[in-house]
Design a protein around this ligand. Structure first.
Ligand SMILES: *[C@@H]1O[C@H](CO)[C@@H](O)[C@H](O)[C@H]1NC(C)=O
Ligand SMILES: *[C@@H]1O[C@H](CO)[C@@H](O)[C@H](O)[C@H]1NC(C)=O
Ligand SMILES: *[C@@H]1O[C@H](CO)[C@@H](O)[C@H](O)[C@H]1NC(C)=O
Ligand SMILES: *[C@@H]1O[C@H](CO)[C@@H](O)[C@H](O)[C@H]1NC(C)=O
Length: 270
């Protein structure tokens, strides 16, 4: 019963054109099946189950990564469940997949499909998540895919999300619940406890440090100019000094500009 409700709902989302029906509304109106994980109510569609299955592949080599991804999803779901207005607005399936797959680029297995030579891990992760959804042929609109892509790419840049859609924002907000600091008032204490009991964070610092160092080691072209630079300069011999991409570019160009435009007037106001 629940399953057939899901199928007809996705069929509607799939046939709607971007212009006629806003896919977010269509999707959020769907009566999606749910289940409980760590006592948190979450959506339970075939796509979401496949995402769980996918990240379980990280358990042997990077158990901290699997736990981090599950906590990001569940912390977010707990906060969303705690606010009925919010829950009616967020695309819960997009949220589930976007949070669970937001760090595919951390995959340290040899031949990982999400380890490009030259892209930041956030972009590797977003491209991987979009490819994963597309493989399922569910008819997600370009807009829906892009909301997920943006949330994953901008995962560490919460302040840049102001004015963007709620789904991208809630991927980023859910990842932010993982940052060290006091518990958020948006998540009930009992939910924090049940999530951390099932998906412990006891090696998250060691694991992140190891992964970030590995990224700097294995793909410096994708880490220069990002926060991963700090790990490269600290722990990877031969990585080189901290890069200041915009600073070097601009300050390095001042002298040539003066030579080229000797008569232009520039007045400093600071
Ligand atoms: C619930 O979510 C809505 C939508 O984001 C927000 O406007 C409202 O302030 C939230 N309520 C509480 C109590 O946080
Ligand atoms: C890990 O969870 C504990 C509670 O079990 C919490 O005190 C701590 O801040 C969390 N650490 C991180 C890095 O989130
Ligand atoms: C971070 O990881 C690198 C690489 O494994 C290691 O050399 C370094 O000691 C770690 N940092 C800390 C603070 O443990
Ligand atoms: C700058 O101004 C001087 C004096 O008016 C003039 O001789 C010179 O050609 C100008 N140079 C440029 C690059 O415009």
């Amino acid at each position: 019963m629940k399953f057939s409700g899901l199928v007809s709902c996705l069929a509607v989302a799939g046939t709607a054109t971007a212009a006629s029906v806003p896919s977010q509304k269509t999707d959020s109106k769907c009566n999606l099946p749910t289940t409980k994980i760590a006592n948190i109510e979450v959506v339970d569609t075939p796509l979401v189950r496949d995402a769980v299955k996918l990240i379980k592949q990280f358990i042997p080599l990077q158990p901290y990564l699997y736990n981090h991804l599950m906590r990001s999803w569940l912390f977010g779901a707990a906060a969303i469940n705690n606010n009925a207005t919010l829950k009616a607005m967020v695309d819960l399936e997009l949220h589930a997949v976007g949070t669970m797959l937001h760090d595919l680029g951390w995959d340290m297995r040899p031949n990982s499909p999400w380890h490009s030579e030259d892209l930041p891990f956030e972009v590797d992760s977003a491209l991987g998540a979009v490819a994963f959804v597309k493989e399922h042929n569910l008819g997600w609109s370009d807009n829906r895919l892009e909301r997920m892509h943006d949330g994953i790419t901008l995962q560490g840049m919460g302040s840049y999300l102001n004015g963007k859609n709620i789904d991208s924002n809630w991927i980023v907000q859910s990842v932010a619940f993982e940052f060290p600091g006091p518990r958020s008032p948006l998540i009930p204490n009992a939910d924090y406890d049940s999530i951390l009991a099932e998906f412990p964070n006891d090696t998250v610092f060691r694991g992140s440090n190891e992964t970030f160092t590995w990224l700097a080691l294995t793909k410096p072209a994708g880490t220069r100019g990002t926060f991963i630079d700090y790990f490269g300069t600290a722990y990877v011999p031969g990585y080189g000094p901290l890069s200041h991409v915009a600073f070097d570019l601009i300050t390095g160009g001042v002298e040539a500009e003066i030579a080229q435009y000797p008569n232009s007037t520039f007045v400093s106001h600071i």
